[in-house]
Design a protein around this ligand. Structure first.
Ligand code: HEM
Length: 396
């Protein structure tokens, strides 16, 4: 009976996996089925199980955090289109001889980016951009490796109950989705345009941020039992959800802002090139397709996206500071209260880094500030997830 159930489920689960590498998907599938066979009553809550699974999940959070940062450096150094194929297994080995480097460079020379922008690039410059993209992809492989090894050990030890297993299965499927979307994004810049699609870039970034929030949530789920804090606050719980949604809108807008290089259009603050509401919003032709395809000469969508990103940032700052006053004194739990105190600081810090980034966007986006702004976004997301996790104990 259980065999039939798993077979039926496998047929359902197989569908999304078919999109990616067949070998990888079958391993994924076998692991997925194994997880679903687990008995429900395994006790995950022994202190030792909590400690080791918690540390493994924290390592996962740090690795995903690093992965987003490496992705940011890859984008800001113009390295993202240097590897022209996607091979999960063979792609883990870099070119090792001069002749294999020459092959890779020749492939890159066929791309629109080389032909339209980088025609005078030397082999050593190519090696530099190749490094960042390679580093980004191999760190993803490392994350997958650490995930499978840890999961295998904990399952064998009998520490993973069905509830946690299903949550981890979601993480796994989501991870495969991110990698697939990453390749879809890269492929959009290898066809006839030398730039990736802004919307695809943003979807890739946002899905990566969702997995970070998911891992933070799982870490808390394993390490902080509900009985430790027990906060009953249904109103605040709904507010936390609203803040989370607003934050994700802002993160998505940030990704489109990066993809359209809209920071370069208005490198001033608090006004936008001398205007509070830029006249380009109404005077320039509306060009929604600019969100699908980057166009260096376009201006309307850059204006719109930067204006909306700024406005959403101000709303977030106000809402989070107001929310802080709603959360203060709600609980005696020291850990929760520390998260509450950090919340307004995190949003103010993030907005400040955003302002500094925009002020440095003269001619090019500064790598350091761009990456710091990304890191700030992830810290704010971690903080929001932390608050929401603690409030979800209450019943609305
Ligand atoms: C307070 C909440 C804010 C959040 C959560 C946020 C989040 C983000 C995110 C996730 C990105 C995409 C990063 C990337 O793809 O590398 C981004 C990009 C950007 N944001 Fe923000 N941001 C905020 C506030 C601001 C403010 C106040 C400004 C300026 C007034 C600003 C200016 C920028 C610029 C210029 C970029 C593009 C940087 C690039 O091209 O790499 N942000 N933001």
């Amino acid at each position: 009976m259980s065999g039939l159930f798993i077979y039926t489920l496998s047929q359902l689960l197989r569908r999304p996996f078919l999109m990616c590498d067949a070998q990888f998907s079958s391993y994924t599938f076998i692991y997925g089925s194994a997880i679903l066979c687990l008995p429900r009553q395994i006790n995950i809550m022994s202190p030792s199980a909590r400690k080791w699974i918690g540390l493994w999940l924290i390592a996962g959070c740090i690795m995903v955090f690093a992965q987003v940062i490496i992705g940011g450096v890859t984008r800001l150094t113009g390295s993202g289109l240097s590897i022209t194929k996607w091979d999960i297994v063979v792609g883990a080995i870099p070119p090792l001889t001069e002749s294999s480097w020459a092959v890779e460079f020749t492939k890159y020379q066929q791309t629109p980016q080389y032909q339209q922008i980088n025609q005078d690039m030397s082999l050593s410059e190519f090696k530099f951009i190749y490094f960042w993209e390679f580093f980004h992809r191999n760190n993803a492989r490392l994350i997958g490796f650490v995930f499978f090894i840890g999961l295998g050990i904990f399952v064998l030890k009998g520490w993973v109950n069905k509830d946690l297993a299903l949550r981890l299965a979601f993480t796994l499927i989501w991870g495969v989705l991110i990698a697939t979307l990453g390749w879809i994004m890269v492929a959009s810049g290898l066809e006839d345009r030398p730039y990736v699609s802004p919307i695809k870039l943003s979807i890739h970034l946002t899905t990566a941020l969702i997995i970070l929030a998911n891992l933070v949530w799982l870490t808390l789920y394993v390490m902080r039992d509900r009985k430790d804090y027990g906060i009953y606050a249904p109103k605040q719980k709904r507010m936390a959800l609203a803040v989370m949604i607003l934050l994700f809108i802002q993160l998505f807008l940030g990704g489109i802002l990066s993809g359209t290089k809209a920071g370069l259009a208005y490198p001033t603050w608090p006004d936008m090139n001398g205007q509070w509401v830029p006249s380009a919003l109404t005077s320039m032709p509306v060009r929604w397709e600019g969100i699908l395809y980057y166009d260096a000469g376009a201006h309307w969508e850059q204006t719109l996206i930067q204006f909306v990103h700024r406005c959403t940032a101000y709303i977030l700052v106000i809402v989070i500071i107001w929310f802080f006053f709603q959360l203060r004194g709600l609980s005696r739990d020291r850990v929760f209260n520390t998260g509450v105190k950090l919340f307004p600081l995190a949003v103010l810090l993030q907005a400040t880094i955003g302002v500094i980034t925009v002020l440095h966007c003269v001619g090019h986006v500064p790598v350091f500030w761009g990456v710091l702004h990304q890191a700030g976004a992830m810290l704010l997301l971690t903080n929001t997830t932390f608050i929401y996790y603690h409030l979800q104990a209450s019943k609305s």
